[in-house]
Design a protein around this ligand. Sequence first.
Ligand SMILES: *Cc1c(COP(=O)(O)O)cnc(C)c1O
Length: 375
Amino acid sequence: MGVYQDLGLQPLINAWGTVTAVGGSLMAPQVLDAMREAAGAFVDLHALQRRAGERIADALEVDAACVTAGAAAGLVVAAAACAEEAAEQRPPDDGRPGECLMLRAHRNRYDAAVTAAGLRVVEVGSGDEVTAEELRAAVTDRTALLLFMAEAEGVAGSLPLEIVAAVMRERGVRVVVDAAAELPPRTGLARRFAAGADLVVVSGGKEIGGPQSSGMILGGVELIDRCTALAYPHHGIGRAMKTDKETIVGLMTAVELFARRDESARFAEWERRNDELLRGLRGVSGLEARRHLLTRPGIQPASIPRVYVRPLHRTAAEVAAALRTGDPAIVVGVDGDDLALNPQCLSPAQVQPLLRAVIAACAPRVDPIEVMNFH
Ligand SMILES: *Cc1c(COP(=O)(O)O)cnc(C)c1O
């Protein structure tokens, strides 16, 4: 861990999750070994990109895949590919940008990718409500794609992917699903394609456990070919978002491990970590703890059960800030009045230090004057 300490930085205990700002995820030794090996020889990057895409597609049981420098880069390339395809099908360009439809309730911090691809986002619905009819009416001859945020599927102002995709199909518009952080479960991928997605964009640096700066676009052969032609190492829009040979090999290795992983064993492991946390927090003063499975979007992926801790003497945000600057330094999620402890990135050895720190940070503060009077 010397590299971080040399920089005066504390390695973090991560009870937050696969959050990019704290490092995404950790890579398995097999992934690191494969990357080290990849770093030892030159290779044709075009051929590597193509072969890795085939292997990833096979492992995930999808038609085709294109490796990108993260899911956000995948969204840029996917949007550009849809725009290129749409531009070939509509009257000569008059210079105005193509349009990307988004349900207003789906707007998010990552949709800047669409603007980076030279498109204009056109919002549909009020944010609280939207109808299939509004969606249908929003399609123009400039519409290049609809970007659907998987995490927001269930919010007010959204529609099920099936309905959105059916309307878009009717109008000949591609649907790109941002499912960057929606794994597990693995079955989520097939579900989105069955619902009518043309492309699904996934982060390699989250649950998959690949390099943090890797991602992929999954979909049909023809559209993925278009993506690949725009992606690194071609000199299209993707050239500025480089995926080196180590990253490509690392992602492919991580995907193959992910595809074979015993997912139910992983869920069972998370439940055990949560049980240990709950046992340690039961009856402790200054807090209330409970198991919590998200029913609404907000903290991804919602499928992973959390331990929610409500501090009784200060706000969850204050406790989270104290944990972050503590020793050990710990990052946790905050969901309203609760700390959301996520077992996804916790090692077994980190559970007890986490417990001690949470209990200390939630303990009622003793007023020094009161202590003096007491004596
Ligand atoms: C993390 C995330 C992204 C970006 O993924 P990267 O692989 O970090 O580029 C995009 N969209 C959503 C919803 C995300 O959670």
